[in-house]
Design a protein around this ligand. Sequence first.
Ligand SMILES: [Zn+2]
Ligand SMILES: [Zn+2]
Length: 341
Amino acid sequence: MAYEGITFRGSRSGQIHESRFLRQNLKPDEVAIKVTHSGICGTDLHFIHADMVLGHEGIGIVQEIGENCKALRIGDRVGWGYTYWSCGRCSACLTGHESYCPTAGKYGAHHLDQGSFGNLAIKSEQWVFKIPDGIESKYAAPLLCAGATVFSPMIEFLKPTDRVGIIGVGGLGHLAIQFAAKMGCDVIALSSTELKREDAINLGAREFYATDGVADYFTLNVTKPLDSLIITTGSENLDLANYYKLLKPVATVIPLTISFEPMLLPTIPTIANGIKIVGTTPSGILIMIQTLEFAERNNIRPIIQEFPMTEAGIMEAMEKLRSGEIRYRAVLSWQLASEST
Ligand SMILES: [Zn+2]
Ligand SMILES: [Zn+2]
């Protein structure tokens, strides 16, 4: 059976182009998914100049399943994220860190002919996840990358007794505040200006500090020191030594935003205070499932702006993401595309 879908690609000029995607047959472990929604991640902006289909926060309905598929059925509502495939045999895979598998298939490097910006995706069942009934598709999409990105290090490195600083109230940050608060942590939001104070508090932050124009972060008068610091803004220009003034000794710093520039590490304060800098991405299959289940059970939902799944809709959303106007995650929808034509 032939599968043909519409896809949306980046291009050298940065213009989004509609394209086609053709596959003759499903492999035994693959499922064909009719895409209904896709979130837009900052990483999609990184690849907008590449000749590849964009999108890795996909949601849709299973249309067909390969002969060896065991977990999914036709008609299931499912989603997928950044990782497409892992070997299942290496030390990373065998310890539940499948997304660090040296041979993992990932967005931007593999399957460049398809993504979640499109109406059809063919995926290995291993990395496709059922969406809990309590989460609407448009809200589920951002959980597959942004949600899992913030929740994965929290499960591994945070305790409910921690005071957690979250730098940035955006696509990642507004979810990080919710997940950390629902884990029981004492959440402190740090943002450049006062603009997002009310949103941050409504999402679960107990304290909010604006850092623009503050030369010495001692003078922010943060009430008590922090056990950990989650960075959801670009870390390359961050004045980490200044943020260290807010931390307890032996605190954990977790940079999450992808940046191509090196991070400046203040060597002596890092060593002298035993600071742990932790690199992390959504670590494996289990955390993808746990992110969805925890979000459903604790009523965690992204705040979204919807755009039609069309060339124009994607361009508009990308421009708004680039200029920092999205509150707080853009989601593309085929339903809106059909309503706009
Ligand atoms: Zn992403
Ligand atoms: Zn592996």
